[in-house]
Design a protein around this ligand. Structure first.
Ligand code: HEM
Length: 155
């Protein structure tokens, strides 16, 4: 069974995205970003994308081609505020689905991850995750033993 089926199929994604766009329609920061007067077509694109992403029908790609979502968002200024508002409306919409935790958790984690990845205002982007320390094995002595393990700290 796909995740798409497990959460209830098309009907669940329709409810999710409808509720989400009700929030967007009333949001003074997000609403002006949407170029069309009618939010209906945007709602349909997000709905089809999410269905496809989670293993449902591939209608999104049949109509729109490869998602390339980050590129498609470049025309819109998406900073931390836009991201957080987008996520707030999504959170409200996810809550209303009342999914069991084992399904809600991966859905929500994905949405948060994807929203952070859509930020295109450089100063608002999260710093890359860098390893603060790592270990190396110094084999320069070449005396046949395991070498010396050195722990390196970056900060
Ligand atoms: C982070 C905040 C975000 C903002 C402010 C935002 C805003 C927008 C805007 C203004 C559009 C154009 C409306 C349209 O013509 O469809 C759009 C399209 C779209 N967005 Fe977002 N978006 C955000 C995050 C996301 C995320 C996280 C996803 C996916 C999980 C997503 C999926 C889509 C899709 C599928 C489209 C339609 C792409 C196409 O086929 O043209 N967006 N978004």
């Amino acid at each position: 069974m796909t995740f798409f089926e497990a959460v209830g199929g098309e009907e669940t994604f329709t409810r999710l995205v409808r509720r989400f766009y009700e929030g967007v329609a009333a949001d003074p920061v997000l609403r002006p970003l949407y170029p069309e007067a009618d939010l209906g077509p945007a709602e349909e694109r997000l709905r089809l994308f999410l269905m496809q992403y989670w293993g449902g029908p591939r209608t999104y790609s049949e109509r729109r081609g490869h998602p390339r979502l980050r590129m498609r968002h470049f025309p819109y200024r998406i900073g931390a505020e836009e991201r957080d508002r987008w996520l707030a409306h999504m959170r409200a919409a996810v809550d209303e689905l009342e999914l069991p935790a084992h399904l809600e958790e991966p859905l929500w984690k994905y949405l948060v991850y994807a929203a952070y990845g859509m930020v295109n205002v450089p100063e608002d982007a999260e710093p890359p995750v860098v390893t603060r320390s790592f270990t190396v094995t110094d084999r320069r002595s070449d005396d046949g033993d395991e070498g010396e393990t050195i722990r390196v700290s970056l900060s």
